[in-house]
Design a protein around this ligand. Structure first.
Ligand code: SF4
Length: 471
């Protein structure tokens, strides 16, 4: 896909699940999805279950639009929900989640965040065994892996599917009124477990637990399957792997600042990134300006470390949405133009440090630099709170192919020229690891260093291309 305006990497999806006997959970699932809306704005869906079976509603757009006046049609005390940005399979309603498929145990509903790197092969195998597919998403492949598993019950079927699928996934599944939540062996995408009085909640991020008044209990472990029957919880480790590989971009950009990932509040980590960035790439300047909102925490850290005053000198129009997760490229271009406006009085005649979280192509950064210069900024020094993105992601984030990544082709000086900045500095990989505070061996940094925890980039690229070619 050609998109000259995309800047930061686009995000993937958010999942939510709850089992709370005696309560009607659809309004809570909805609240959870609203809290996770930043993870995907393309479609939203909720499935609930009661004694009459499964109830499903999904549609294109924001959760508030999809569920206006529709929650009453979703009875039941157990439910799952999903917000989506498509990274595999097109942006169409048939690929919206939860996906519902028939099984020996009645209809199953499944929602998933991540990308299955062996989905094309599994899909071909299932299709040759007579399984019919209705969409082109890897989520449908995962759902059919469960539904067709040679197992006695859904729990065994989920275990079987976890053994077969490869790549990154956090998933919630609803079968026979039981909630299942499971996570890949590397724990690439986030998933947390929460407790309400008499019920259990799982969600991509802790901010969704907060939204429904749940207390965070813990992260769901790599390769773990959690089963919730009513208020009863059982947990088992299905898969083992030599290492964890938590996605660093959850810290850099995807997750909400109030979310806690692996015990670390995202805002604090981003602030630490800004401090390290200021140490690594100091600037002689009069003010530090974030690109709102994702650059704000890092800019605060940069200002703290450097002693340069922090100013909110770029004002965001909050009604436009996040530029890079708008699926239609033509609408994205319009978004960029409408989105940010400088406070002229603050920037005129000043030397500005502009802090942003990432550069993909460099086009939006160049545009913001121009906007600041037109507002009278004397110098613009761009500081990026992530290392250069040189490799594509195959784990649920659309960073696109290598040839569309500025840092895959150009060195820092060439990117500086492209964006028209007076200077440009990126956070180093070591600085990023220091700011997160986890061992490098516990992190996925594949789009930065090319080391993919689940296999070589060529295999992963081939897999994605194959599934995207599915009509
Ligand atoms: S490749 Fe990059 S964006 Fe993808 S999971 Fe790894 S760190 Fe995250």
């Amino acid at each position: 896909m050609t998109d000259p305006w995309r800047e930061g990497p686009r995000e993937e999806c958010g999942v939510f699940g709850i089992s709370w006997p005696g309560r009607t959970v659809a309004p809570l699932v909805y609240l959870g999805l609203v809290a996770l809306q930043h993870r995907g704005q393309e479609s939203a869906g909720i499935a609930t279950a009661d004694q009459d079976g499964l109830h499903l509603h999904k549609g294109m757009g924001l959760a508030s639009r999809v569920f206006a006046d529709r929650l009453d049609a979703l009875p039941g005390s157990v439910g799952i929900g999903h917000v989506r940005y498509s990274t595999m399979g097109g942006a169409v309603l048939t690929n919206a989640q939860p996906v519902v498929v028939p099984s020996p145990w009645g209809s199953l509903a499944l929602a998933h965040n991540g990308n299955l790197t062996n989905a094309p092969r599994l899909r071909a195998e299932l299709a040759s065994a007579g399984v019919r597919f209705f969409g082109s998403s890897d989520t449908e492949v995962l759902a059919q892996c469960v539904a067709t598993a040679p197992a006695r019950d859904p729990e065994g079927a989920v275990r079987y599917a976890m053994e077969r699928v490869e790549g990154a996934y956090t998933a919630v599944l609803l079968a026979q009124g039981v909630l299942y939540a499971f996570r890949d062996a590397f724990a690439i995408r986030p998933l947390v477990l929460g407790r309400v009085d008499g019920g259990w909640v799982v969600a991509s991020e802790t901010c969704a637990l907060d939204q429904v008044g749940a207390r965070c209990v813990r992260d769901i472990e790599p390769g773990e399957l959690v089963v919730v029957r009513g208020d009863e919880l059982s947990c088992q480790r299905v898969l083992r792997s030599p290492r964890r590989a938590h996605c660093v971009f959850e810290y850099i950009y995807f997750a909400r600042p109030d979310t806690v990932l692996v015990g670390r509040t995202v805002h604090r980590v981003r602030r630490a990134m800004g401090r390290v960035l200021a140490r690594e790439h100091p600037a002689h300047a009069d003010l530090v300006v974030p690109v709102p909102d994702s650059g704000t925490s890092a800019a605060l850290g940069f200002a703290e470390q450097s002693g340069i005053p922090f100013e909110l000198a770029l004002v965001k129009n909050r009604y436009v949405g996040r530029t890079f997760i708008e699926p239609d490229p033509h609408r994205r271009e319009g978004d960029v133009r409408m989105k940010l406006n400088p406070v002229r009085e603050l920037v005129a005649g000043q030397r500005v440090v502009l802090v942003d979280d990432s550069i993909v192509r460099g086009t939006t950064s160049g545009k913001i630099v121009r906007v600041l210069r037109e507002a009278g900024a004397r110098e613009v020094h761009v500081r990026i709170s992530s290392p250069p993105i040189r490799w594509p992601c195959f784990y649920g984030v659309d960073t696109s192919s290598r040839r569309q990544l500025a840092a895959a082709e150009l060195d820092v000086e060439a990117i500086r020229q492209r964006i028209g900045a007076d200077s440009l500095g990126y956070l180093s990989q070591e600085g990023l690891v220091e700011a997160i505070g986890l061992a490098r061996t516990e992190l996925c940094m594949a789009c930065l260093d090319g080391h993919y925890p689940t296999g070589s980039p060529d295999e992963q690229e081939a897999g994605r291309a194959a599934l995207e070619a599915v009509p």
